[in-house]
Design a protein around this ligand. Sequence first.
Ligand code: BJ8
Length: 424
Amino acid sequence: MADYHQMWKDLGMDVETHDQLCEVLPQAFGDVYLSQENRPEGMDYYNFVVAEIHGVRPAELIEHQKKGGKVFGTFCVYVPDEIVFAADAIATGLCGGSQFWVPGGEKVLPTNTCPLIKASVGARLDRTCPFFRIADMYVGETTCDGKKKAWEILAEDVPVHVMDLPQMKREKDIKAWADEIRIFRGVVEEMTGNQVTAESLHNAIVLINNKRRALSRLYDLRKNEKLPISGKDALLISQIAFYDDPTRFTEMTNKLCDELDQRVKDGVSVFPEGTKRIMLTGTPLAIPNWKLHNLVETSGGAVVCEEMCTGTRYFERLVDEAEGTVDEQIDHLAERYMGINCACFTPNSARIGDIIRLAKEYKVDGIIDVNLKFCSLYDCEGYHVEKALKEAGIPVLGIETDYTDSDAQQLRTRISAFIEMLNS
Ligand code: BJ8
């Protein structure tokens, strides 16, 4: 990575502690990613993004701010990036996926809080992530209890706007979410000094839909019997989608998909024939959480799909691109976003339908139901997920884990046994 120390100092970061993270990340990335054989050439771009993860994109965001632009940090796939981009601002994902930030979060949160929340709070309070320093405003939501309380803690340190997400999906809830988006529009307009117009919102909807189209194309390629790309690489792309420039990301992902199309035509696969096809479902895997994919793909399996927010929940279904008033377009946004099936909703039976549909589409042999430790929403929903999968005759393995490596060996044993069972 180039030298960004001055930029980090200017951001008020704890550069010394941050250096420790910079030291371990390349090794971890090399072990998990660069050791793979026959990777598509198009992955070079994403390798570069990771190598420069706290450099290139943060520098772009700072450049944008120097020109008077604003940056909004988000933590959930219900927050509509379209509103932010329509006001000439930039949205960037902020979810923390590393154990490195967890102890910082534990200084202010109970230990039995989900690691995603602890890492996100720790990254801000310990001043060890440039993205968390750069964002002018954080946008939270009322999805789970831990997050709701985390916003209150973060708000002591940085401006936070919280969107009130309904927890049911009746007609009135969709209307309520549209109203929340209208309030969010006002907040973004005030913060940026820019108007969200019918034209700018339409352009932003097309911009983000194009990103969804590219991801959808990538995932479709994973439906092939011969897999042109590993699950690990697909996960990395999904993770990068949250903070890369959307236009460039779409272009690079489509370019990669062109290469993968050719691989499919040539019958190239990155896994030996007969490798068991595994789908992951459950809580999101924020960057740099590659633990489970790495375990599966070094235990004789291939991850072919993620029914997760770092997966299909992020890109499935497009926002209606019909031109109209800002109000009409906000209604379209509410419709699309309320179609995401997170465990914070009750009932959430549509998610079960999604999992079974995806299992068929991706020709899945077995499913791993993943729960981040202390996420009671997905943990409790696991009852219905696993029951439905058993009824559908789809083998399932339920696991709970966190960001540490302490359970890696035990998980490897269980995952290997599961894959072996699928083979027998
Ligand atoms: S739409 S999954 S991104 S809330 S933080 S709920 S893991 S205890 S991240 Fe999420 Fe939006 Fe839902 Fe997706 Fe559980 Fe942890 Fe809460 Fe979490």
